[in-house]
Design a protein around this ligand. Structure first.
Ligand SMILES: [Zn+2]
Length: 309
């Protein structure tokens, strides 16, 4: 019976090891993260714009990191977006939705998953939106819809191009129809942008999925994407199960989407500022409505206000 005792002792040892494993918070607060070759210092990754020097993986960025890289550190103004009522459906699953919101706000320091800023590239004023995946997977609800509409309105009133940097898992389940209704609302806002002859540029980053892909992420005049970004509507396993066929390699990654025409251009992070600047310079030169200082406001911005209410 000696072997039984030995096995039990071994089991106890394993339990102890499991107990001292790093928690999610430990990993987030650590100086280290991991990539293809194992652990890598966050500092080293940051110096390389959060791109792995070995495999070129473009690691996820929060909106502040994104705007710092794109516009220069702190060279942008964060705009206050409208705050709708929290959780009107009183939704509870394994825990109340309000609690989930509270912890997401504490974790990210943001009120909703979208941050709206105004800044400039190549001396061209620009309104931009980026999402924080750490805020409930950057899913979309009323507050995000309001932020998107506010940014569109700001772009129209200031005759700015609108840049949207997408990421997120889709519409937020806990808000049901309120979430889904943000898809037509954002699509209508983009219509207003286009009626005002303003460029609407989308930068797809990893991961962009679900209702986000099915609405504002696919309505750009130009679709840029970071290398290797997952851009999908339904998950690959669901599709494979439905069509009962082997999916091509690299399915739903930006390189595959570029081949199939959903993405116009894949841009490395280090080149983004330059590429977006060049694109805007070309687009605005051709567009005298935007370059004219006389057109400070638009007659159509009233329609957008209606859509926002
Ligand atoms: Zn790597």
């Amino acid at each position: 019976m000696n072997w039984i005792k030995k096995t039990l002792r071994f089991g106890e040892k394993i339990k102890k090891i499991i107990k001292i494993r790093a928690t999610k918070a430990d990993i987030e607060n650590s100086d280290w993260t991991s990539c293809c070759k194992g652990p890598i210092l966050k500092k080293d990754l940051e110096e390389n714009l959060w791109v792995c020097p070995s495999c070129n993986k473009h690691h996820r960025l929060n909106p502040r990191q994104r705007f710092d890289l794109l516009f220069g550190k702190g060279n942008y103004e964060i705009l206050k977006t409208p705050i709708p009522k929290d959780d009107p459906l009183d939704f509870v699953d394994s825990k109340p939705y309000l609690e989930r919101l509270k912890s997401a706000r504490k974790k990210t320091g943001m009120h909703c998953s979208m941050m709206v800023v105004k800044s400039n590239i190549n001396n061209i004023n620009i309104t931009a939106i980026a999402s924080d995946f750490d805020f409930l997977g950057a899913s979309i609800e009323a507050a995000e819809g309001e932020a998107f509409l506010y940014a569109s309105q700001h772009a129209i009133e200031n005759q700015n191009p609108l840049l949207v940097i997408t990421s997120g898992g889709g519409m937020r389940m806990q808000a049901s129809m309120i979430s889904l209704s943000q898809m037509p609302r954002t699509a209508l806002a983009i219509n207003e942008i286009k009626e005002n002859n303003l460029p609407y540029i989308v930068l797809l980053t990893d991961p962009t999925a679900g209702g986000i892909t099915a609405s504002y992420a696919m309505l750009g005049d130009i679709h840029l994407a970071e290398p290797g970004a997952l851009v999908a509507f339904a998950g690959a396993r669901v599709i494979q199960g439905t069509v009962k066929e082997e999916l091509p390699s690299g399915f739903q990654r930006s390189e595959y989407l570029e081949k199939t025409g959903f993405v116009d251009l894949i841009v490395e992070r280090k080149d983004l500022r330059k590429k977006i600047g060049t694109l805007l310079s070309i687009l605005l030169k051709k567009n005298n409505v935007i370059s004219s200082a006389e057109n400070e406001t638009s007659k159509d911005s009233g329609t957008l206000t209606k859509a926002a209410s």
